[in-house]
Write a protein that binds this ligand. Structure first.
Ligand code: NDP
Length: 300
């Protein structure tokens, strides 16, 4: 193996420590305790684990945490009323509604109701627009995490060619915007892209956000490139016991690590950054709502 392993777990722990420091300073200097409210409807087991992790980490860094666990048959009107109440609550600076929502609730309506000032997931059209034109505000959590790892690995990215594979609203599109802000030359690839391996071979930076296990092969990677693997694919692993699974990224790690200059592993790369970036966004929104400049190390 030649590549340096980008250790997202350790970076995320350090970032959490810095966030706790920012929370303390906001409390002492401005009497401000950043607050994050998470809303979950129903009992999707994956979502419940995720929401509990978010609430736990919010408390661990010293923030105010509110968790709303609503029954599966909650009406759309009730969820909209809760979001509206949280929009108006001065103790809450970030609102996160865990997706997916049950079928009777229109998720896009709920998201559109979240105040863009408190939209720590950066899902609302207003937040996406702010990100696009470079106004201060929260940034999509997973791309923000990728950007922080890239900056830590590469420093100045001016002029580098970044290929983003995947064009989802959640990852690919905001990732491309952030790389553009870093003065990269950005290519966005997707399922209709012709000769994807040839395009990826031109990249100094590869972001794989596809959802296809080990799709990106070693011979797609330019020697020395930096590879960020966003993919989280849970694969049956009967060799570990009945019903067991393991996680694979979108990149063939063993092959790519033999060629790349630096690479994120799965697990332990991008994954641990996402929740910490949610906390970072809550500091950003709490600062902006209160007329303060958000800490520079938490924003793009
Ligand atoms: P989506 O399914 O929303 O988007 C996948 C994208 O990949 C689409 O743009 C699609 O193209 C493209 N794609 C699919 N097949 C191919 C192919 N054969 N060649 C090129 N492009 C292809 O996924 P997400 O963006 O939400 O997530 C991507 C991955 O990242 C998943 O594995 C997900 O689990 C993971 N993820 C990880 C997070 C983390 O915290 N680490 C957070 C969020 C996601 P098209 O638009 O043409 O259909």
């Amino acid at each position: 193996m030649t590549a340096r392993i980008i250790d997202g777990k350790t970076f995320a722990e350090g970032l959490r420590g810095r966030i706790a420091g920012h929370v303390q300073r906001l409390k002492i200097d401005h009497g401000l305790t950043p607050g994050l409210a998470v809303v979950i409807v129903g009992h999707d087991p994956g979502s419940e684990i995720y929401v509990n992790q978010k609430a736990r980490q919010t408390v661990e860094v010293g923030m105010h945490s509110e968790k709303y666990e609503l029954p599966e048959d909650t009406s759309e009107a009730e969820v909209l009323a809760l979001v509206q109440r949280l929009n108006d609550d001065p103790a809450v600076h970030g609102i996160l509604v865990q997706l997916p929502l049950p079928g009777q609730i229109d998720a896009s309506k709920v998201i559109a109701t979240i105040s863009s000032d408190k939209d720590v997931d950066c899902f609302t059209p207003a937040s996406v627009g702010k990100l696009q034109i470079g106004l201060p505000g929260p940034v999509s959590c997973t791309p923000l995490g990728c950007l922080m790892l890239l900056r830590d690995t590469l420093g100045d990215m001016t002029g580098l060619h970044a290929v983003v594979i995947g064009r989802s609203n959640l990852v690919g599109k905001p990732m491309a915007q952030l790389l553009l802000r870093e003065n990269c030359t950005v290519t966005m690839a997707h399922s209709r892209t012709r000769d994807l391996p040839a395009i990826v071979r031109q990249a100094d930076i590869v972001i794989a956000a596809v959802g296809r296990p080990q799709m990106v092969k070693g011979d797609w990677i330019k020697p020395g490139a930096t590879v960020i693997d966003v993919g989280i694919n849970r694969i049956p692993a009967p060799e570990r016991g009945e019903g067991k699974t393991r996680l694979l990224g979108d990149v063939d790690f063993a092959e790519a690590a033999a060629v790349a200059g630096a690479i994120t592993p799965v697990p332990g790369g991008v994954g641990p950054m996402t929740i910490v970036c949610l906390l970072a966004n809550t500091i950003t929104t709490a600062s902006l709502i209160n007329g303060l400049v958000p800490p520079g190390d938490l924003t793009p």
